[in-house]
Design a protein around this ligand. Structure first.
Ligand code: HEC
Length: 277
């Protein structure tokens, strides 16, 4: 009986010694690994050595291999997500290299939602007042505040050359700048450029309105008040808002009285020959 108990105690002791021995060996091995891991190739202890070793910074010139830069070139023709611009009319204002003469079809919808001409013009009005009015003036006469303070005066939008210019020209001027005017590409995204261009069309028409632009029921009222100038033009301040879609071409509105155009370079301003009051 006693022998059995003694044997058990001895076995227990052996088991405990084994246990501790294993631990000590384990810890020793771990410590050894850590120490060796902190050494450089010359077996000197240098714990931060890996950080200081040679490595390439992004875009650093590199001499090894067939590349001369630490960063690889993009594969030719790579386009960033959302940057694919295949719609020449919308993004360039041209079709087969020629400036387009009507809003690009992509303007008439956002995603699947249709956009009305009125929404486009209202957006254009707002953007125009922010980005263009300071120089070009509220009605596009080229008499904005910055010009009054000495900046090079832009031409009026109402000169014949700009009245007959294709709408793509206005998009192009906003995108690329023109002479003394710098580019607005970084501040005005393509959709807003078209909206502004369309609003310029509205401004141009507003300064050369004809009796035919006035709704028939209001036309008589205008004439009886003597608001129609001798040349047939209606001063801007007297032009009632147009019905339906804005910016529709003249040809689509049947003018019963074919009115001659007023003097082109002196649009209906107070004091003008075309504006009696
Ligand atoms: C800082 C003043 C300034 C602002 C702001 C400005 N422009 Fe101009 N713009 C000019 C000047 C100056 C010219 C004349 C450039 C020349 O002929 O050298 C000009 C010319 C133009 C022309 C006539 C180009 C031609 O064919 O003769 C158009 C169209 C035009 N600007 C549209 C715009 C639009 C649209 C905006 C707003 C997005 C705008 N500009 C904002 C100064 C400005």
């Amino acid at each position: 009986m006693l022998k059995i108990v003694m044997l058990k105690i001895v076995m227990l002791k052996i088991a405990m010694m084994r246990h501790f021995a294993r631990r000590i060996i384990g810890l020793g091995a771990l410590g050894g690994l850590l120490l060796v891991g902190g050494c450089n190739r010359q077996w000197e202890f240098a714990p931060v050595d890996m950080w200081n070793r040679s490595r390439l910074k992004p875009y650093e010139p590199a001499t090894s291999g067939s590349f001369n830069s630490s960063s690889r070139q993009l594969v030719r023709g790579t386009v960033a997500r959302g940057q694919l611009r295949t719609d020449e009319a919308f993004y360039n204002g041209t079709l087969n290299g020629r400036l387009i003469t009507a809003l690009p079809p992509a303007m008439m919808q956002i995603g699947a939602n249709p956009v009305s001409m009125r929404e486009i013009v209202e957006r254009g009005h707002e953007r125009y007042d922010i980005y263009c009015m300071p120089c070009h003036g509220a009605a596009g006469q080229g008499d904005g505040m910055i010009v009054k303070r000495g900046f090079a005066p832009p031409p009026s939008y109402h000169i014949p050359r700009l009245r007959t210019a294709p709408i793509g020209h206005f998009y192009d001027v906003i995108t690329n700048g023109y002479g003394a005017m710098f580019s607005y590409a970084s501040r005005v995204p393509p959709r807003d450029r078209w909206a502004i261009a369309q609003y310029i069309r509205v401004l141009q028409r507003s300064q050369n309105a004809r009796p035919g632009d006035v709704p028939a029921n209001l036309r008589g009222e205008l004439q009886s008040k003597g608001r129609v100038g001798p040349s047939g033009t209606v001063p801007l301040s007297e032009t009632p808002s147009l019905p339906g879609q804005m910016g529709t071409p003249h040809a689509s509105q049947k003018a019963p009285v074919p009115a001659p155009l007023g003097p082109l370079d002196s649009p209906g301003q107070p004091g003008d020959a075309s504006a009696p009051d």
